[in-house]
Write a protein that binds this ligand. Structure first.
Ligand SMILES: NC(=O)c1ccc[n+]([C@@H]2O[C@H](COP(=O)([O-])OP(=O)(O)OC[C@H]3O[C@@H](n4cnc5c(N)ncnc54)[C@H](O)[C@@H]3O)[C@@H](O)[C@H]2O)c1
Length: 312
């Protein structure tokens, strides 16, 4: 680092399991021992786990010190480093403890992607496809037309991808930082994704669960006559093109009821009513005024699951 000041490096083992209050306490103690003060800067250098925890630590250390995000996974570049959501998991669930705390800046270097395992790359692709589905039909076409280049990590194409997704996420968060309305659209696919993760005991990685969740929620949109059948098929095709349906066997093992029971526990629900974001067409969510999230019935989830298993 070209900085004319002391730098301390703190690290911890990789993985979602580390995203806990006990890791935060260890890091906190390290900061105190290294004499960090109010003028110190925290740089969160890593994937989404590091970003969420680095931001949370910065938000509570001495009631808040500045921090910078340097995301190194695709998901962190296009999603978790933007928007100021920070936090940790607790034994009761994911991301239940946290704060909104914006980084001073986000620095993205594409070269990090060269060492990222393919499975992690695909994890990020699910959120990128989501960005296209909720906001931009041309972006959807771009992702479809450039599959070969994207999966071959063509640097020019990946740069365009990251830029487009960062712009979409930033534009949404700028309009609704605290998720009172528009920001909810970023949860498209996530209600059922969280249910799939939970019911499968987290054996389906997040991005893959989001991909399957997006198909179920697109199917619900289709059944409500919001989305056309052709568009539903296009969505399934694109998600399959990016190898994001490879965990369907885990899904086959789940009973619809276990999925519904898990969906009822989602932290975004109010009084156990299951809510999700629906699509009006590719590139546009269904909204009315400031309402972007809709109550869905158990049988709609069940039908979505049946469709998904038949379609793949
Ligand atoms: N704050 C938000 O708005 C937001 C949004 C989405 C997800 N998240 C959170 O992000 C986390 C998931 O992030 P993630 O998918 O980056 O997971 P992660 O941070 O666990 O990283 C995935 C794996 O890739 C490794 N890795 C990261 N960069 C690498 C690189 N350049 N080369 C080689 N290996 C690399 C990590 O060490 C880890 O093993 C979850 O905790 C999720 O809750 C937060």
């Amino acid at each position: 680092l070209p900085l004319d000041c002391p730098v301390s490096i703190f690290s911890f083992p990789a993985g979602e399991k580390q995203k806990s209050l006990s890791t935060i306490l260890e890091l906190f103690t390290s900061l105190v021992q290294a004499n960090f003060d109010r003028k110190s800067l925290i740089i969160a250098f890593g994937g989404g786990v590091v970003g969420d925890m680095g931001g949370f630590l910065a938000s509570i250390f001495l009631r808040g010190v500045p921090f910078i995000q340097v995301p190194t996974s695709l998901l962190a570049m296009v999603d978790s480093s933007i928007g100021g959501k920070t936090g940790v998991d607790t034994t009761d669930g994911k991301n239940l403890m946290g704060s909104f705390y914006q980084p001073r800046t986000v620095i993205i270097d594409m070269d990090f992607l060269s060492t990222l395992p393919r499975i992690e790359f695909l994890n990020g692709m699910a959120e990128i496809i989501k960005h296209a589905l909720i906001q931009d039909p041309l972006y959807f076409e771009f992702i479809k037309d450039n599959r070969e280049k994207i999966l071959a990590l063509d640097s020019e194409t990946i740069l365009q991808l990251v830029e487009m997704s960062c712009m979409i996420k930033t534009s949404i968060v700028e309009k609704d930082e605290k998720e009172n309305g528009l920001r909810q659209t970023l949860n498209f696919g996530h209600t059922t994704a969280h249910a799939i993760e939970n019911a499968s005991n987290y054996s389906v990685p997040h991005g893959f669960a989001v991909a399957l969740g997006m198909i179920i929620e697109a199917h619900i949109s289709f059944r409500r006559k919001l989305l056309s059948e052709n568009e539903l098929k296009e969505i399934v095709e694109l998600i399959s093109l990016y190898e994001l349906t490879q965990y369907k066997n885990q899904l086959k093992k789940l009973s619809p009821q276990s999925l519904i029971d898990s969906a009822k526990k989602d932290k975004k629900n109010i009084k156990e009513a299951i809510k999700s974001v629906l699509l009006e067409k590719i590139g546009k969510t269904y909204s009315q005024g400031n309402s972007f999230s809709w109550q869905v019935q158990e049988e709609e989830i069940e039908a979505g699951l049946v469709y998904l298993l038949n379609a793949l």
